[in-house]
Design a protein around this ligand. Structure first.
Ligand code: PEP
Ligand code: MN
Length: 338
């Protein structure tokens, strides 16, 4: 439930409502707004006595929250969340483009790719130092050495870095180097990892589980937010379907649904959705057209040598063209929505 205070409610009245929420055994989550304060009620198991709260001084109305998620919902927080990393904003009216290799392979490789990402106007650099792989025999990343390479490249090009955390063991280490910590599709419902992410001092990029519904995905984000981290960015990366012509099926309809239900930024990863280079550009353009807040795209200057996902990596020239196309499409779709 959401308790909406009068515009002129005093601090004392707000505190009175919070105290009553706590006396009932629930948790109060105050949400200061431009015009008025609201107070979200969390951790209630059953129905709440709305009349009790409506009768308190300073209360304008009480609104039942119909969704299982609360902190991520627009009902709780009507205004778009904008996550800031240095000069880069994700969410609101921005289109943020993240490019880079699937995996960090060497310093030369990441330097070469970052140069192209920067020249194309990319905002951030991606690259995995810890790689979740289907096969135990595959390349699993360079670990801390990979993170050190990313940090060096960040220095050289001024591009903030997004990199994946795979488990609790390496969380502190990844948190130390990353600007945005990625939780991958296979870990979307790793609840202990989500809770740890809630205590991180960095934003979390939460990819959609490959078979997760939008509600399950938003509940995963709720885990991070209830632990105290408000900076969650959602990333649609395709869901598993029966088709064979692509690695996954990009669920573009999830973007308007998430934008309606949640205030959190939502970006799209067309690379892992497609699995094939020739599908990446059309899907990326489509993502910009449905007003995703950004894109994360795999780029490699020598994909034939890539240790991971070379077949879906865009070549630098393609990435450059795509960045220009996406910005033009986003401008048109944003003005259509205004
Ligand atoms: C990745 O972005 O490097 C990755 C492994 O993606 P996903 O978790 O979506 O498969
Ligand atoms: Mn990849």
């Amino acid at each position: 439930m959401l308790i909406v205070m009068n515009r002129d409610a005093t601090e004392e009245q707000v505190n009175g409502v919070i105290r009553t929420v706590e006396l009932q055994g629930f948790t109060a989550h105050p949400i200061p707004g431009g015009e008025r304060t609201s107070i979200g009620v969390l951790y209630n198991q059953g129905a709440i006595d709305e009349a009790l709260f409506r009768s308190l001084p300073g209360v304008k109305e009480t609104l039942p929250v119909t969704k299982p998620y609360k902190l991520v919902s627009r009902e709780f927080h009507p205004v778009d969340t904008v996550v800031r990393v240095g000069d880069v904003s994700i969410g609101g009216d921005s289109l943020t483009i993240i490019g880079g290799p699937c995996a960090v392979e060497s310093e030369e490789q990441v330097m070469a790719i970052a140069k192209h990402v920067k020249m194309a106007g990319g905002d951030m650099l991606r690259g995995g130092a810890f790689k979740p792989r289907t096969s135990p025999y595959a390349f699993h990343g360079l670990g801390e050495e990979g993170l050190q390479i990313l940090a060096k490249v960040r220095e050289a090009f001024g591009l903030p870095i997004v990199t994946e955390v795979m488990d609790l063991d390496c969380f502190d280490m990844v948190e130390n180097y990353a600007d945005i910590i990625q939780i991958g599709t296979r870990n979307m419902q790793n609840f202990s990892l989500l809770r740890r992410a809630g205590h991180a001092g960095k934003p979390i990029l939460l990819k959609r589980g490959m078979s997760a519904t939008v509600d399950e995905w938003l509940m995963a984000a709720e885990y991070v937010m209830t632990e105290g981290n408000p900076d969650v960015i959602l990333c649609e990366r395709g869901v598993r379907t029966f088709v064979k012509h692509s690695r996954n099926t990009l669920d573009l309809s999830a973007i308007p649904v998430v934008r309606r239900e949640s205030h959190l930024p939502i970006i799209v990863d067309p690379s892992h959705a497609a699995g094939y280079r020739d599908q990446v550009m059309p899907l990326a353009r489509a993502a910009a057209a449905v007003s995703a807040h950004g894109l994360m795209i795999e780029v490699h200057h020598a994909p034939e040598t890539a240790k991971c996902d070379g077949g879906q990596a865009l070549l630098p020239d393609q990435f450059d063209l795509l960045c220009r196309q996406m910005r033009a499409i986003f401008d048109v779709s944003a003005s259509a929505e205004r």
